[in-house]
Write a protein that binds this ligand. Structure first.
Ligand code: ADP
Ligand code: MG
Length: 585
């Protein structure tokens, strides 16, 4: 084929592909434009997950009639004048590409009025070609309507995910930007249903509740560190609120949302040893530095940046987060006396709703010390766990230490049992067995419990109501973002329904089609982890004995469903050697 210069139309579609990957990218670009225009109030309407309509209205400075066509022309921007400006950018936009790109792959209508004009103006762009500018009555500001996105790029349409996923992507951008710009009022609705709104009062913590669920939002720790030119602000989760993936890590650099693996690594460093392997904290951090020290012109969607002094930035993030964590380190043993026994129900163990699972507890309850050399015991443990049969011997209950470990005697020495891990295993096997035998046993609640979730979570859960049924939860939609829990798996009776639903949502987030058997096992594992009794909970003697007994009847009693040991065995032989009775010099 001969070499030809591509037509304008194809060239702009190719360029658009870099900027507009999915409906959420349109939302992001329009949001950035509105924020750059100094908007105080932004309203976003989405229909069909953005496939048919994305509309964003702002009360910013507007675009004059004379410049309207220019605004939708490629490489036309009011934000850069010369090449030097490119290295000192303080606006979110600068490439002059977004509107042109969006206009080339949709039917876009822009209506705008500036403060100095009495009349507004409107232009319609279809497939990249702007029509005639018309005068219309319009409020101050700009309204961009993007209809039939990708109507002329069927390949893109094919790659879109389910409506739920596309909506979640949109929500993720809007909620994050809302948190970054607390002084701007932002309202988002999907198909006429309000999904999210902020007041614009400047209160970031209030916005947090829209980003996370209300309880997590309350527990988030504030980060506020000033290192001169570099500032790090925002929120990070305590070590008890974690996720199984990195999706909860959000970074803004100079008001711009960026994805940066190195920043995430710096943050994780601050949590070093405080989290279990495979768990990640939640964090939204706002990093401010002089614009000249960060290159934002790295990526067409402006999602990546390059720092002039990366080490300095990473160190600042790490120090800022560490400070926040240290200031809030939980006090060991605080939970003692939390009264687990009161929560004990007829069908099983109770549940202490106020406390998250005990990854952190491990840190603050060092394993029983003082019995010889810790290393020796540990290596002995590995040996025992690996070489022993899957079952466990009958044990005689001896007592409990630190309200965390049960002490028992077996045919060959001493057994220390982690009460949380053990109970997790017991619950897990109970539920898995019921699941294998057709259905998980559900128990009607005496009183239905209403659980309100963050709108994104709510939509996700709503889509999955049928699978909830299979898991023993009877859940009904109860008003916007609210659910009524009528029944729960009987193994979990007494646990907090809202926490249980939260775990389910977390799981659905990670999976597009969670209706498969192994996913059910994973979900059950997670639910059990939340529902299991905690380290630090006081147990009565019969409760302790019942737990040991239940563990004995498990198929794999030696590990919790997540692979941690439920028990440590110290053999008589080891004890004798430690006491110098045998084998020692
Ligand atoms: P960029 O934001 O990189 O400049 P865009 O294509 O997104 O490029 O926008 C082009 C220009 O249109 C902007 O530079 C700005 O002058 C104008 N503009 C776009 N959206 C708005 C808005 N919501 N309010 C005021 N002006 C806008
Ligand atoms: Mg822009």
């Amino acid at each position: 084929m001969p070499i030809r210069i591509l037509s304008n139309e194809i060239a702009s579609q190719i360029a658009a592909g870099e900027v507009v990957e999915r409906p959420a990218s349109v939302v992001k670009e329009l949001l950035e434009n509105a924020l750059d225009a100094g908007a105080r109030s932004i309203a976003i309407q989405i229909e069909n997950a953005g496939r048919t309509l994305i509309e964003l209205g702002d009360d910013g400075e507007g675009i004059s009639e004379a410049e309207l066509v220019l605004a939708v022309t490629r490489h036309a921007t009011s934000k850069l004048r010369n090449a030097a400006d490119l290295f000192n950018i303080s606006t979110l936009g600068f490439r002059g590409e977004a509107l042109a790109s969006i206009g080339s792959i949709s039917k876009m209508t822009i209506t705008s009025r500036t403060g100095t004009e009495s009349q507004g103006a409107r232009v319609v762009v279809e497939g990249g070609r702007p029509g005639k500018v018309q005068q219309v009555a319009a409020p101050l500001g700009t309204l961009v309507r993007v209809e039939d996105l990708f109507y002329n790029v069927p390949a893109r349409l094919k790659f879109l995910k389910t409506d739920g996923t596309e909506q979640r992507n949109i929500d993720a951008y809007v909620t994050r930007y809302a948190l970054a710009y607390p002084m701007v009022r932002i309202v988002l609705s999907h198909d006429g249903r309000e999904a999210f709104q902020t007041s614009g009062s400047g209160d970031r913590r209030a916005t947090l509740a829209a980003l996370y669920d209300a309880n997590v939002a309350r527990r988030m720790l504030e980060v506020n560190a000033d290192f001169g030119e570099i500032k790090v602000e925002g929120f990070v989760s305590p070590t008890t609120d974690t996720k199984g993936n990195r999706n909860g890590l959000v970074f803004f650099v100079n008001g711009r949302w960026v994805q940066d693996a190195a920043l995430a690594a710096a943050l994780m460093q601050a949590y070093h040893t405080l989290l279990m392997v495979g768990r990640y904290p939640l964090a939204t951090l706002f990093i401010t530095l002089p614009p000249g020290q960060v290159d934002v012109n790295v990526h067409p969607a402006k999602a990546e940046v390059r720092f002039e002094n990366p080490q300095e930035i990473f160190a600042a993030v790490q120090r800022a987060v560490k400070r926040a964590l240290l200031a809030h380190t939980p006090v060991p043993g605080l939970q003692v006396g939390a009264g687990w026994a009161e929560g004990l129900s007829a069908t099983g163990f109770g549940f202490e709703a106020s406390r998250q699972p005990s990854e952190a507890d491990q840190q603050f309850h060092p394993p029983a010390s003082g019995i010889g050399d810790g290393h020796q015991i540990e290596s002995h443990l590995t040996e025992t766990v690996q070489s022993s049969l899957p079952g466990m011997p009958l044990l005689r209950w001896v007592g409990q230490i630190g309200n965390t470990f049960l002490v028992a005697e077996g045919p060959d020495g001493l057994y220390l049992i982690d009460q949380h891990a053990a109970h997790e295993r017991v619950l897990f096997e109970k539920m898995m067995e019921q699941q294998a035998n057709a259905r998980i046993e559900a128990q009607q609640l005496l009183e239905a419990v209403v659980v309100t979730l963050h709108p994104t979570a709510a939509r996700l859960l709503e889509e999955q109501i049928p699978i909830l049924g299979l898991l023993g939860f009877e859940v009904e939609l109860f008003g916007p973002n609210a659910f009524k829990v009528l029944a729960m798996p009987s193994a979990l009776l007494g646990s907090d329904p809202s926490q249980a639903l939260q775990v389910l949502v977390e799981d659905f987030e990670e999976d597009e089609a969670p209706l498969m058997a192994q996913v059910e096992a994973r979900i059950i594992g997670r639910v059990c982890k939340r529902a299991a009794i905690k380290a630090g909970q006081v147990l009565s003697q019969p409760e302790q004995q019942a737990l040991i007994h239940d563990l004995e009847s498990c198929k794999s009693p030696r590990t919790c469903p997540h692979g941690r040991p439920t028990m440590i065995h110290i053999s008589l032989d080891l004890l004798e050697r430690q006491f110098g009775r045998r084998g020692a010099f």
